[in-house]
Design a protein around this ligand. Structure first.
Ligand SMILES: C[S@@+](CC[C@H](N)C(=O)[O-])C[C@H]1O[C@@H](n2cnc3c(N)ncnc32)[C@H](O)[C@@H]1O
Length: 168
Protein backbone atom coordinates (compact mmCIF):
# COMPACT_ATOMS: atom_id res chain seq x y z
CA UNK A 1 0.00 0.00 0.00
CA UNK A 2 1.18 3.48 -0.77
CA UNK A 3 1.54 4.68 2.79
CA UNK A 4 3.91 1.82 3.58
CA UNK A 5 6.35 2.82 0.89
CA UNK A 6 9.34 4.55 2.51
CA UNK A 7 10.25 6.48 -0.65
CA UNK A 8 6.97 7.62 -2.18
CA UNK A 9 8.71 8.99 -5.28
CA UNK A 10 9.58 5.43 -6.18
CA UNK A 11 5.99 4.27 -6.11
CA UNK A 12 4.53 4.26 -9.60
CA UNK A 13 1.33 2.35 -8.87
CA UNK A 14 -0.53 5.27 -10.47
CA UNK A 15 1.66 6.47 -13.35
CA UNK A 16 1.85 10.07 -14.39
CA UNK A 17 -0.37 10.53 -17.44
CA UNK A 18 -1.44 14.14 -17.83
CA UNK A 19 -5.05 14.89 -18.70
CA UNK A 20 -5.10 16.72 -22.05
CA UNK A 21 -5.92 20.37 -21.39
CA UNK A 22 -9.18 20.33 -23.35
CA UNK A 23 -10.32 17.36 -21.25
CA UNK A 24 -9.26 19.06 -18.00
CA UNK A 25 -11.38 22.05 -19.10
CA UNK A 26 -14.39 19.76 -19.58
CA UNK A 27 -13.85 18.28 -16.11
CA UNK A 28 -13.99 21.75 -14.55
CA UNK A 29 -17.02 22.70 -16.66
CA UNK A 30 -18.79 19.52 -15.58
CA UNK A 31 -18.26 20.47 -11.94
CA UNK A 32 -19.45 24.03 -12.75
CA UNK A 33 -16.37 25.50 -11.10
CA UNK A 34 -16.64 29.21 -10.41
CA UNK A 35 -15.85 31.93 -7.88
CA UNK A 36 -16.04 30.63 -4.34
CA UNK A 37 -14.90 27.15 -5.25
CA UNK A 38 -11.90 25.46 -3.70
CA UNK A 39 -10.68 22.84 -6.17
CA UNK A 40 -8.48 19.94 -5.08
CA UNK A 41 -6.82 17.72 -7.68
CA UNK A 42 -5.71 14.47 -6.05
CA UNK A 43 -2.57 13.32 -7.82
CA UNK A 44 -2.03 16.66 -9.52
CA UNK A 45 0.96 15.96 -11.77
CA UNK A 46 2.17 19.22 -13.31
CA UNK A 47 -0.58 21.19 -11.57
CA UNK A 48 -2.56 21.94 -14.71
CA UNK A 49 -5.99 21.37 -13.11
CA UNK A 50 -5.66 23.61 -10.02
CA UNK A 51 -3.97 26.25 -12.18
CA UNK A 52 -6.73 26.12 -14.78
CA UNK A 53 -9.43 26.18 -12.09
CA UNK A 54 -8.12 29.51 -10.81
CA UNK A 55 -7.00 31.08 -14.08
CA UNK A 56 -9.85 30.14 -16.40
CA UNK A 57 -12.76 29.42 -14.07
CA UNK A 58 -12.15 32.01 -11.35
CA UNK A 59 -12.01 29.49 -8.49
CA UNK A 60 -11.05 31.07 -5.17
CA UNK A 61 -8.29 28.53 -4.65
CA UNK A 62 -6.73 25.53 -6.32
CA UNK A 63 -4.85 22.84 -4.45
CA UNK A 64 -2.78 20.15 -6.12
CA UNK A 65 -1.85 17.12 -4.03
CA UNK A 66 0.95 15.10 -5.58
CA UNK A 67 3.09 12.30 -4.17
CA UNK A 68 6.04 12.83 -6.54
CA UNK A 69 8.27 15.70 -5.51
CA UNK A 70 9.71 16.15 -9.01
CA UNK A 71 6.22 16.83 -10.37
CA UNK A 72 5.47 19.18 -7.45
CA UNK A 73 8.58 21.13 -8.37
CA UNK A 74 7.44 21.45 -12.00
CA UNK A 75 3.95 22.48 -10.88
CA UNK A 76 5.25 25.07 -8.43
CA UNK A 77 7.51 26.62 -11.11
CA UNK A 78 4.43 26.98 -13.31
CA UNK A 79 2.43 28.54 -10.47
CA UNK A 80 5.20 31.08 -9.89
CA UNK A 81 5.59 31.81 -13.60
CA UNK A 82 1.90 32.71 -13.71
CA UNK A 83 2.01 34.73 -10.47
CA UNK A 84 -0.61 32.54 -8.79
CA UNK A 85 1.26 31.83 -5.53
CA UNK A 86 -1.54 33.35 -3.43
CA UNK A 87 -4.25 31.20 -5.05
CA UNK A 88 -2.69 27.88 -5.98
CA UNK A 89 -1.07 25.56 -3.47
CA UNK A 90 0.93 22.46 -4.38
CA UNK A 91 1.14 19.91 -1.58
CA UNK A 92 3.77 17.18 -1.82
CA UNK A 93 1.96 14.40 0.02
CA UNK A 94 -0.02 11.21 -0.25
CA UNK A 95 -3.61 12.17 -1.04
CA UNK A 96 -4.71 9.76 1.69
CA UNK A 97 -3.05 11.99 4.29
CA UNK A 98 -4.36 15.42 3.28
CA UNK A 99 -7.50 16.92 4.89
CA UNK A 100 -10.16 17.55 2.23
CA UNK A 101 -12.90 19.24 4.26
CA UNK A 102 -12.51 22.65 2.60
CA UNK A 103 -12.78 21.27 -0.94
CA UNK A 104 -15.94 22.18 -2.83
CA UNK A 105 -14.67 20.34 -5.91
CA UNK A 106 -12.34 17.33 -6.08
CA UNK A 107 -10.89 16.09 -9.35
CA UNK A 108 -8.93 12.89 -9.91
CA UNK A 109 -7.41 10.74 -12.61
CA UNK A 110 -6.39 7.75 -10.50
CA UNK A 111 -6.62 3.99 -10.66
CA UNK A 112 -9.51 2.14 -9.00
CA UNK A 113 -7.45 0.62 -6.18
CA UNK A 114 -6.37 4.05 -4.92
CA UNK A 115 -9.88 5.45 -5.47
CA UNK A 116 -11.21 2.65 -3.30
CA UNK A 117 -8.82 3.68 -0.52
CA UNK A 118 -9.86 7.33 -0.91
CA UNK A 119 -13.59 6.59 -0.90
CA UNK A 120 -14.20 6.44 2.90
CA UNK A 121 -12.10 9.57 3.38
CA UNK A 122 -14.11 11.50 0.78
CA UNK A 123 -17.38 10.24 2.29
CA UNK A 124 -16.26 11.39 5.74
CA UNK A 125 -14.76 14.74 4.86
CA UNK A 126 -16.64 16.29 1.92
CA UNK A 127 -19.57 18.53 2.73
CA UNK A 128 -22.98 18.17 1.05
CA UNK A 129 -22.91 19.76 -2.39
CA UNK A 130 -19.21 19.13 -2.96
CA UNK A 131 -18.61 17.78 -6.46
CA UNK A 132 -16.18 15.03 -7.44
CA UNK A 133 -15.12 14.53 -11.05
CA UNK A 134 -13.23 11.39 -11.96
CA UNK A 135 -11.43 11.06 -15.28
CA UNK A 136 -11.87 7.55 -16.67
CA UNK A 137 -12.67 5.41 -13.62
CA UNK A 138 -15.89 5.07 -11.62
CA UNK A 139 -16.00 5.13 -7.85
CA UNK A 140 -17.49 1.77 -6.85
CA UNK A 141 -20.72 2.19 -4.91
CA UNK A 142 -21.36 5.84 -5.82
CA UNK A 143 -24.23 6.99 -8.05
CA UNK A 144 -23.05 9.27 -10.86
CA UNK A 145 -24.91 12.55 -11.37
CA UNK A 146 -23.67 12.79 -14.95
CA UNK A 147 -21.32 10.95 -17.29
CA UNK A 148 -19.71 12.66 -20.27
CA UNK A 149 -17.67 11.07 -23.05
CA UNK A 150 -15.24 13.13 -25.05
CA UNK A 151 -13.71 11.95 -28.27
CA UNK A 152 -10.46 13.29 -29.62
CA UNK A 153 -8.25 12.03 -32.41
CA UNK A 154 -6.49 9.56 -30.12
CA UNK A 155 -9.09 8.15 -27.79
CA UNK A 156 -12.27 8.47 -25.76
CA UNK A 157 -12.22 10.09 -22.34
CA UNK A 158 -14.93 9.33 -19.81
CA UNK A 159 -15.70 11.92 -17.14
CA UNK A 160 -17.92 11.01 -14.20
CA UNK A 161 -19.52 13.62 -11.96
CA UNK A 162 -20.57 12.85 -8.38
CA UNK A 163 -22.06 15.06 -5.70
CA UNK A 164 -21.84 14.64 -1.94
CA UNK A 165 -25.32 14.19 -0.56
CA UNK A 166 -26.68 12.82 -3.86
CA UNK A 167 -24.16 10.24 -5.01
CA UNK A 168 -22.90 9.05 -1.62
C1 LIG B 1 -2.77 9.89 -14.15
S1 LIG B 1 -1.81 11.13 -13.33
C2 LIG B 1 -2.94 12.52 -13.36
C3 LIG B 1 -2.24 13.87 -13.22
C4 LIG B 1 -3.18 15.07 -13.19
N1 LIG B 1 -4.22 14.93 -12.20
C5 LIG B 1 -3.82 15.27 -14.52
O1 LIG B 1 -4.99 14.89 -14.65
O2 LIG B 1 -3.15 15.80 -15.44
C6 LIG B 1 -1.89 10.56 -11.62
C7 LIG B 1 -0.99 11.28 -10.67
O3 LIG B 1 -1.25 10.84 -9.35
C8 LIG B 1 -0.04 10.80 -8.62
N2 LIG B 1 -0.25 9.93 -7.45
C9 LIG B 1 -0.26 8.57 -7.42
N3 LIG B 1 -0.56 8.12 -6.20
C10 LIG B 1 -0.74 9.22 -5.42
C11 LIG B 1 -1.07 9.40 -4.04
N4 LIG B 1 -1.30 8.38 -3.23
N5 LIG B 1 -1.17 10.67 -3.57
C12 LIG B 1 -0.94 11.73 -4.39
N6 LIG B 1 -0.61 11.62 -5.70
C13 LIG B 1 -0.54 10.38 -6.22
C14 LIG B 1 0.97 10.29 -9.65
O4 LIG B 1 2.28 10.58 -9.28
C15 LIG B 1 0.51 11.05 -10.90
O5 LIG B 1 1.15 12.28 -11.03
Amino acid sequence: MLWEVPFPELNFSVPYVPTPRHVAREMLKLAEVGPGDVVYDLGSGDGRIPIMAVEEFGASRGVGVEIRSDLCQIAWEEVKKRGLEDKVEIVNADALDVPLGEATVVTMFLLPDLMELLRPKLERELRPGARVVSHEYVMAGWRPVKVVRIEDEHMYHTLILYEAGKSF
